[in-house]
Structures are given as structure tokens and as C-alpha cells.
Design a protein around this ligand. Structure first.
Ligand code: ATP
Ligand code: MG
Length: 331
């Protein structure tokens, strides 16, 4: 079954987006400050995505936030985070471009983007010199959320770009022309520290690192922070790392202990955790982020809280060559 997504927002949803009471918007509407709402066949008053953005005052040009979702360990929640965070941000009126950089193409299929033979994908951004990234962008069923899809043959891209000129900055250069059309770019990385992942880190100012509580490994984190430090020193690009504990079972003592250990080792860069929730496994099958598919679930609440946290204050890119390293690895 595929969940039907409403293409519009109600006045209550727009009020929540704007952080004001519904009555305040009502008053504006009566004074004619707000555009008159459309009526659905059931006579509900609704706004489309662009109208909702205008009302909430989100149309002023801002610098897009570019966030890589990265961890070379497999199965830690990268795709789950990209998918549900993208949904949570779009639900708050933000324009989001989710980019699938994994040949497994789980993000692409979760978003319900079907690929036919000849449809452009992220691979073309890497291998075709003159390719316009806009041609690979696909709309999803979620208002405000677009996607650059992947396909399995992306696995061969590493070899194709190995000898390319400035091969670490290909993606960054390709996205330059379109990124200002979005509030957020979220890049779902493959489970390795390949050239594709390095391209993602170079194209982003922030990286969000999901850490699965059960498989938390200091070695993996230190390999990742070393890569980030190299990108900083060799290419002069700073990436602010933040860590996101995932699959936390708050009821179990061990879950709490692992969370404390992660926080202790990584200091302030730890984001509010995502708890274990089976709805996060179900939502991709409905082709809808958890906030749309199961709005009252733990998963929906946790990803909403993460979106709020990211909207509250942008992470600033670190300055020094060793910046981005957790305190525990600096000495
Ligand atoms: N908080 C959670 N609660 C329950 N299940 C989760 C949670 N987060 C992720 N999962 C499940 O764990 C599995 C791995 O998650 P996901 O695919 O997001 O990881 P990944 O890091 O993208 O993996 P890969 O490295 O293979 O790309 C999936 O089946 C997903 O549904
Ligand atoms: Mg994945």
C-alpha cells in the first residue's frame, strides 16, 4: 500500500509552521493580509506549499544549508535519517533537495521515485562534464521535497572519475548552479569513505553522523574525522560534524549507558537521539516519511525534534585543520 499524501496545508498546519496561534492567522485572513484560501471538495480551507511558505515568511533568499548524512558503517540509519529529516523539514515549509548517493538507491525508492531506462540520475552529475544537475531533479509526492535519484550502476562511478581533473570537487561544482533554489540539501552517503563520499563532504558545510548505539565504534568515528581533517587541510574545505545517536532504546539501561558514553566522548556535538521505532521501518514501504505516515509515532516526534534543532541554529564550519575532530581524538 502507498500512503496518499495531501498536496496542501491546513490553516492549523501553517500556524504551526509559523509558530503562531491559529487565531492570529484567522485575524490576518479577515483583514485581507493573507491570500484567500482554496476550498477542497469537502469545503476545507487549504493553502498550497508556496502559499504556506509566503505566509510563514520563508521566501526571503537564505543561504542553503548543505548537510551530508555520513558514516562508513552500514545500517546505522543514514538513509532513514535523510528520508525522515527531509520530510520533517518539508513539513515545516522548507524546500528540500534530497540527493541519493548510494547505489542501493534505498532513498530513491523510499521517496517513491521510479526510474525508467534513460532517466537521469546522480551518476550523470559525476560523469557528464556538461550535465545540468537540474535535469536529474525529480519531484516527490511530498510538497516541497525534491530528489536527485540514484541507480545501481552508480557503483561503477568511482572508476570512471578516478582520473578526472579535480575529482573531489565534481559534485560541489555540479550543485553550485541549483543549490540556491533550496533551503536544505541533504546528501545520503554510501557506507564507505569512497570518492563519492569525499565529494559529498566537499559539497557540504555540515555533516550529520548517525551512530547506532549498539555498534558504536570509536575507530570508525576516528577514520571519519581524519577524512574530514584531510579535506580541510588539502582542499581548504571545513565541514562541521555533528553526531546523531540512532536506534536508542531508552527503556534499557544499556541504551542509556551507550548514550552517555557517546555524549561523554563527543562532547557538545551530539544531537538529540532517535529512538528505536518499528514505524521507521514501515514508513518507506508506504513511500512516505514517518511524519506523514505515522505522525504520532516516536519516530515522527524524534525526527521533528531533530528538524527543530537544526532550524534553531546552523552549525558553523570549523576553522582549524584539526577542527571537526571529537575532543577525545585531539590529543
Ligand atoms: N530508529 C530506528 N528504529 C528502528 N529501525 C531503524 C531505525 N533507524 C533505522 N532503522 C532500520 O535499520 C535499517 C538500516 O537503516 P538505514 O538503511 O537507514 O541505514 P543506512 O546507514 O542508510 O544503511 P546503509 O549503510 O546500508 O546505507 C533499516 O532497516 C531501517 O529501517
Ligand atoms: Mg543507506
Amino acid at each position: 500500500m502507498i500512503l496518499k499524501i495531501r498536496p496542501h496545508f491546513t490553516l492549523s498546519e501553517v500556524a504551526r509552521m509559523a509558530g503562531v496561534e491559529k487565531s492570529e492567522l484567522r485575524a490576518l485572513e479577515e483583514r485581507g493580509t493573507l491570500p484567500p484560501p482554496r476550498r477542497t471538495p469537502e469545503n476545507h480551507r487549504v493553502y498550497d506549499f508556496e502559499e504556506a511558505r509566503r505566509i510563514v515568511g520563508l521566501t526571503a533568499p537564505v543561504r542553503p544549508r548543505r548537510i551530508a548524512i555520513v558514516n562508513q558503517k552500514g545500517g546505522v540509519g543514514k538513509t532513514t535519517t535523510t528520508f525522515n529529516l527531509a520530510g520533517a523539514l518539508a513539513r515545516r515549509g522548507r524546500k528540500v533537495l534530497a540527493i541519493d548517493l548510494d547505489p542501493q538507491a534505498n532513498l530513491t525508492s523510499s521517496l517513491g521515485v521510479e526510474m525508467k531506462e534513460g532517466d537521469p540520475s546522480v551518476e550523470e552529475l559525476f560523469v557528464e562534464e556538461e550535465f545540468d544537475a537540474r535535469k536529474a531533479v525529480r519531484e516527490t509526492r511530498i510538497p516541497g521535497l525534491s530528489c536527485i535519484p540514484a541507480r545501481p550502476r552508480l557503483a561503477g562511478v568511482e572508476i570512471k572519475i578516478f582520473d578526472a581533473f579535480l575529482r573531489e570537487t565534481i559534485l560541489d561544482r555540479k550543485l553550485e548552479g541549483i543549490r540556491d533554489e533550496y533551503d536544505f540539501l541533504l546528501l545520503d552517503c554510501p557506507p564507505n569513505l569512497s570518492l563519492v563520499t569525499v565529494n559529498a563532504l566537499v559539497a557540504c558545510e555540515e555533516a550529520l553522523v548517525p551512530i547506532e548505539a549498539q555498534t558504536y565504534s570509536i575507530k570508525a568515528i576516528s577514520d571519519l574525522t581524519n577524512t574530514v581533517a584531510l579535506i580541510r587541510s588539502r582542499l581548504g574545505r571545513g565541514v562541521a560534524l555533528r553526531f546523531l545517536p540512532t536506534k536508542i532504546d531508552g527503556r534499557l539501561k544499556v541504551g542509556q549507558e551507550i548514550l552517555e558514553a557517546i555524549k561523554g566522548g563527543l562532547k557538545e556535538r551530539v544531537l538529540p537521539p532517535i529512538r528505536t521505532d518499528a514505524n521507521l521501518v514501515r514508513a518507506p514501504m508506504l513511500r512516505a516519511p514517518v511524519g506523514f505516515a505515522f505522525p504520532r509515532s516516536k519516530g515522527a516526534k524524534d525526527y521533528a525534534r531533530l528538524a527543530e534543532e537544526l532550524l534553531r541554529e546552523p552549525a558553523s564550519a570549523p576553522q582549524g585543520a584539526t577542527a571537526g575532530k571529537p575532543e577525545a581524538f585531539n590529543g
